[in-house]
Design a protein around this ligand. Structure first.
Ligand code: NAP
Length: 499
C-alpha cells in the first residue's frame, strides 16, 4: 500500500553526505525508504540533501519524507512553517509520501496542507513513547479525521501482550502502519507486516526508535522481507538476550535448507506474558536460556524424562494442539561434541561446576557409561550432583595427583570479559582432553594452558552448535545443515572479537 516493499529503510544522519550514502545503501536492499530530514543538523543541510535528491534520476523506490518536530518526538527545532516548507521541497525532489505527526497536523488547516503538500500522499502519525494508549480506536479515528492516505500508530509496549493488542488492532484496519516500540516488542515488530501493518522500519545505521533492528540484519539474518503468513515462527527466550548467537545460527539453518521459518530473540522477563503469545503468534518452538531454563518446567504439558532429571529445559516444541513439550539438548550437545573424540564408555571424567550445564554434562557422561567426578567451589553443591550421576565429588587438593580422560569446565570462569582467568592451574590439568563449555572467547585461558601441555582441546562453540542443531532437528524433523549453522556462529564470534 505504501510502495511494493514491506521493509522501510530509515535514513537518518546529521550530514547530507551521510544521508546520501545511507540512502544509496538502503536502495540496494529495499525499495522503500524514510528520509528523516529532522536528523540533519540544520536547515542548510536539509536543503543540501534535498538539492542532491532532486538532481537524481527518478527513483524506482518509494520515498517517505519526515521532518518531525521536537514536540512530536523528532529532532527538528524549526517552526511548523519551515517544517512544511521542507516537506514540500522533499516532494518536489521526488518523495511520493510525507509523514505528518498529529502534533503538527492538529495546528494546520487541511486546506493549507493541500495547497502546500497536495502533490504528496500523507501518512499521518501518532507516537506514544511511554505507553500504549488506552483507546486505539479513538487514536485511529483522530488520525483519520482529515482523510489522510494512511495512518501510523507507534506505541511503546511494556509487554508482549501490549504489542499483540496493537497488531490485532492493525488487522481490523486498512492502510495502517502499526509499530510496537521497545526491546520487549522487537520480535513482534518484525512480524508486524504479516499481522496487518503496511511496513516495518529498519534503520540503515542509526536507530531512531527503541527496539529497532538494523536494515542489514533485518534482511540478512531475519529475512524480514520474506516473512509471510505461512512463515513458521521460532525463537529464543531469555534475559538478557541481545548477545544470543542462536538467531544467527538457527536462521542460517533455515536459509540453508530453504525452510520458510524465522527464529527471533524474545527478551522475556515475565514468562507468563511470553506463554500468552505462543498461540496468537503461531510460535512452533523456542529455545530457553538464562534465567528461564528451570522456571519453564512449570508451564510444560510434558517433559522429556531426561530433561526432568537434569532439572532444566532448553528446548520447547509447541504441538498442533498448543501443548508444550520440553527437552534438553545441552545434554545431546555434549555427547555429539565428545563421542567422536574419546571413547566415553568406561572413561574418567572431571566436571568443574555444579550448575545447569554441569548437570547436563554429568548426566550425558553417566548415561554414556563414564565415571563422573564433580568439583565445585562449594562441596555441598558438588556432592548431590555427583550422587545423582552415580559418580563422586572430588576436592581441589586431589586434582594435582588424579588423572582423567576428559576435563570439562562448566563454570563461567574465563568467560568474557574475565578472559585471563582459568578455573584450574596448569599442574591440575591431568587429562587427555580438556573441553571448555565457554564460547566467548573461543579459546579460553584454560584451553591455552591445556594446549601448552599437549592436551587435546575442545571449545564451547562445538557444544553450542551441537545443542542448536539438535534443536533445529527436533523442530523441523530434518537433518540440520551443520556446516552452515556453525559458519554463522563462527562469523558472529569473529565479528565480536574484532570490535
Ligand atoms: P550456572 O547454573 O550459574 O552454574 C555455574 C556454576 O559455576 C556453579 O556451579 C557455580 O558455583 C560455578 N561458579 C561460578 N563462578 C565460579 C568461580 N568463580 N569459581 C568456581 N566456580 C564458579 O551456569 P550454567 O548455566 O551452568 O552455565 C555455566 C557456563 O556454561 C556458562 O558460563 C557458559 O559459558 C557455559 N554454557 C555453554 C553452553 C554451550 O552451548 N557451549 C551453553 C550454556 C552455557 P556456585 O553455585 O557456587 O555459584
Amino acid at each position: 500500500m505504501i510502495g511494493s516493499a514491506t521493509i522501510c529503510a530509515v535514513v537518518a544522519a546529521p550530514q547530507a553526505a551521510e544521508m546520501r550514502r545511507e540512502l544509496l545503501h538502503a536502495l540496494r536492499r529495499t525499495k522503500l525508504a524514510e528520509l528523516r530530514l529532522d536528523w540533519l543538523s540544520n536547515d542548510a543541510e536539509i536543503g543540501r540533501f534535498l538539492q542532491w535528491l532532486a538532481a537524481q534520476p527518478k527513483q524506482k523506490a518509494t520515498l517517505i519524507a519526515t521532518c518531525r518536530r521536537l514536540d512530536g518526538g523528532g529532532r527538528y527545532k524549526g517552526s511548523i512553517a519551515k517544517q512544511l516548507f521542507h516537506l514540500a521541497e522533499a516532494i518536489r525532489a521526488g518523495c511520493q509520501w510525507y509523514d505528518l505527526e498529529v502534533e503538527t497536523a492538529s495546528l494546520c488547516p487541511p486546506e493549507l496542507l493541500d495547497v502546500l503538500l497536495g502533490e504528496g500522499r500523507q501518512l499521518r502519525s501518532a507516537h506514544f513513547f511511554k505507553r500504549m494508549p488506552k483507546n486505539l480506536r479513538r487514536v485511529a479515528a483522530d488520525l483519520r479525521r482529515d482523510a489522510p492516505d494512511a495512518i501510523k500508530i507507534a506505541a511503546h509496549c511494556n509487554s508482549l501482550a501490549d504489542s499483540l493488542m496493537l497488531l490485532r488492532f492493525a488487522r481490523s484496519q486498512r492502510n495502517i502502519v502499526a509499530i510496537p516500540l521497545g526491546d520487549i516488542a522487537m520480535p513482534v515488530r518484525l512480524l508486524a507486516p504479516r499481522e496487518g501493518s503496511a511496513l516495518i522500519y529498519a534503520p540503515v545505521e542509526n536507530a531512531t526508535a527503541p527496539g529497532q533492528v538494523l536494515l542489514d540484519e533485518a534482511i540478512s539474518v531475519y529475512r524480514a522481507d520474506k516473512v509471510d503468513r505461512r512463515t513458521r515462527v521460532y525463537g529464543v527466550i531469555g534475559d538478557p538476550i541481545g548477545h544470543s548467537l542462536s538467531p544467527a545460527m538457527q536462521n542460517a539453518g533455515f536459509q540453508a535448507r530453504r525452510v520458510n521459518a524465522v527464529y527471533l530473540p524474545f527478551l522475556v522477563r515475565d514468562l507468563k506474558d511470553f506463554i500468552g503469545t505462543v498461540q496468537p503468534l503461531g510460535i512452533r518452538g523456542f529455545s530457553v536460556t538464562i534465567p528461564h531454563k528451570e522456571r519453564i518446567l512449570r508451564y510444560l504439558d510434558r517433559c522429556d524424562p531426561l530433561a526432568e532429571k537434569i532439572g532444566a529445559v532448553n528446548t520447547v516444541v509447541v504441538r498442533g494442539n498448543g501443548k508444550l513439550y520440553g527437552y534438553n539438548t545441552d545434554y545431546v550437545g555434549v555427547l555429539r561434541t565428545l563421542q567422536n573424540r574419546i571413547p566415553l564408555k568406561g572413561s574418567r571424567v572431571l566436571i568443574l561446576g555444579a550448575g545447569g550445564v554441569a548437570r547436563a554434562v554429568a548426566f550425558a557422561f553417566a548415561q554414556a557409561g563414564a565415571a563422573v567426578y564433580v568439583w565445585a567451589r562449594r562441596i555441598e553443591k558438588a556432592k548431590p550432583l555427583a550422587r545423582a550421576a552415580g559418580g563422586q565429588a572430588i576436592e581441589r587438593k586431589h586434582l594435582r595427583t588424579e588423572s582423567f580422560d576428559a576435563i570439562v569446565n562448566a563454570t563461567p570462569v574465563g568467560m568474557h570479559p574475565n578472559i585471563s582467568q582459568s578455573p584450574l592451574n596448569a599442574n591440575e590439568l591431568n587429562g587427555r582432553l580438556v573441553f571448555d563449555t565457554i564460547y566467548r572467547p573461543r579459546e579460553t585461558k584454560l584451553l591455552q594452558l591445556a594446549a601448552r601441555r599437549g592436551i587435546q582441546t575442545v571449545s564451547g562453540v562445538d557444544m553450542f552448535v551441537a545443542q542448536g542443531t539438535a534443536q533445529w532437528e527436533i523442530w523441523t524433523g530434518q537433518r540440520a545443515p551443520h556446516a552452515a549453522m556453525r559458519r554463522a556462529v563462527v562469523r558472529a564470534l569473529e565479528r565480536e572479537e574484532k570490535k
